[in-house]
Design a protein around this ligand. Structure first.
Ligand SMILES: *Cc1c(COP(=O)(O)O)cnc(C)c1O
Length: 386
């Protein structure tokens, strides 16, 4: 990690093509590779599910940006999470996860991997006694082998102390996984804070242009990395070459994009506080956010995601969600364009009625890189309609 972040973003895994000198790693849109004799491979390339040079370049770039040894890229964030859990755990194991993790992560663990014998407890990661109490030790069936943290969380913007949870995980002999999707490697490096594994939905800030789905698992542990590589190959939920190529292209500009996302989000969060329609603004960059000091310690900036709750309840939130013109009403986040989301009916519909349910007066903003004046004007006219 001797070079700066932006230098690594532009250059890691991006050596000019050996054959032509192409400065950009080509899109190797191929499913197989010619052999020069039976089993005589050129640079180890054999079959696209196993390896592809375009995907290799993305994986090298991802590892460099998290300061890690290994990275594996997948077709989606959830495919990455599934491969990680199947590689790291065996049926009978127990996961303790934050009670405000991404709804799809909870659904994967609680509805899909439960059928494979994985049990879970969803707890408030801010209360370390509760986290410790949720750990099941070897004396009880199903020992906790994994702790799963998402910080900042989606969409409640809670900040979890990664270093403190890493100590709890180490004492329990559990692997600490941090979903770093909201912060991106530019703002936060969980491995440096003691986490064992980082996962990303690269669909979001890493790709950054809302044009490619993907996920990644990043880590330093060689033995676990080998198992993940095996699941990646044996199951095959890999990034397609085109998705990997687009993601690498997007990732090169993560730092400059993120600076603007953060700057715009801070301005919008402060502006929202001045509006009478607003009950609460959830943004770690605001001094009265409960996680502000912790975020200032473990993140470089506060990110581009804001959640807002309205005094007018569900009706007000729905009105705003459907009234913007520059902000587009859509799922997902982290792209250069501003997006508006009504989680309780959209991204988090799958956890409605559970303890992970999202308040109905809440909207989530993914603040893009447009001009701040246009974003503020758009929100002002939408709030005026409440
Ligand atoms: C979107 C998202 C995921 C899932 O990623 P996909 O690429 O949609 O499969 C996981 N975690 C967080 C925090 C997300 O925002």
């Amino acid at each position: 990690m001797s070079q700066g972040f932006n230098t690594r973003a532009v250059h890691a895994g991006q050596e000019p093509d050996a054959t032509t000198g192409a400065v950009v790693v080509p899109l190797y849109q191929t499913s197989t590779f010619a052999q020069d004799g039976i089993g005589v491979l050129r640079n180890g390339y054999e079959y696209g599910r196993g390896t592809n040079p375009t995907r290799d370049s993305l994986q090298a770039q991802l590892a460099a940006l998290e300061g890690a040894e290994y990275a594996f890229s997948f077709a989606s964030g959830l495919a990455a999470e599934d491969a990680l859990i199947r590689a790291a755990l065996v049926p009978g194991d127990h996961i303790v996860l934050g009670n405000d993790v991404y709804g799809g992560t909870y659904r994967l663990i609680n509805k899909v991997l439960s059928g494979w014998g994985i049990s879970n407890a969803a707890v408030d990661m801010a209360d370390h006694d509760v986290v410790r109490a949720a750990l099941t030790t070897g004396s009880r069936p199903g020992a906790t082998k994994m702790i799963w943290v998402e910080t900042p969380s989606n969409p409640m913007m809670k900040i979890t102390d990664i270093a403190a949870i890493a100590r709890i995980a180490r004492d329990a002999g559990a692997v600490l996984v941090v979903d770093n999707t909201f912060a991106s490697p530019y703002l936060q490096n969980p491995l440096a804070l003691g986490a064992d594994v980082v996962v990303h939905s690269t669909t979001k800030y890493i790709g950054g242009h809302s044009d490619a789905s993907g996920g990644a698992v990043v880590l330093n542990d060689a033995a676990l990395a080998e198992k993940i590589g095996f699941v990646q190959f044996a199951v095959g939920a890999v990034s397609a070459p085109m998705e990997a190529w687009l993601t690498t292209r997007g990732l090169k500009t993560l730092g400059v994009r993120m600076d603007r996302h953060c700057e715009n989000a801070q301005r919008i969060a402060e502006w929202l506080l001045t509006r009478p329609e607003v009950e609460r603004v959830l943004y770690p960059g605001l001094p009265d956010h409960p996680g502000h000091e912790l975020a200032a310690r473990q993140m470089r900036k506060f990110g581009g995601m804001i959640s807002v709750q309205f005094t007018g309840g569900e009706a007000a939130a729905r009105t705003v969600a459907e009234a913007t013109g520059v902000f587009t009403l859509a799922e997902s986040l982290g792209g250069i364009e501003s997006l508006m989301n009504y989680p309780s009916e959209m991204t988090h519909a799958s956890v409605k009625g559970t303890e992970l349910a999202v308040p109905e007066n809440l909207i989530r903003l993914s603040v893009g890189i447009e001009d701040i004046e246009d974003l503020l004007a758009d929100l002002a006219q939408a709030l005026d309609r409440i």
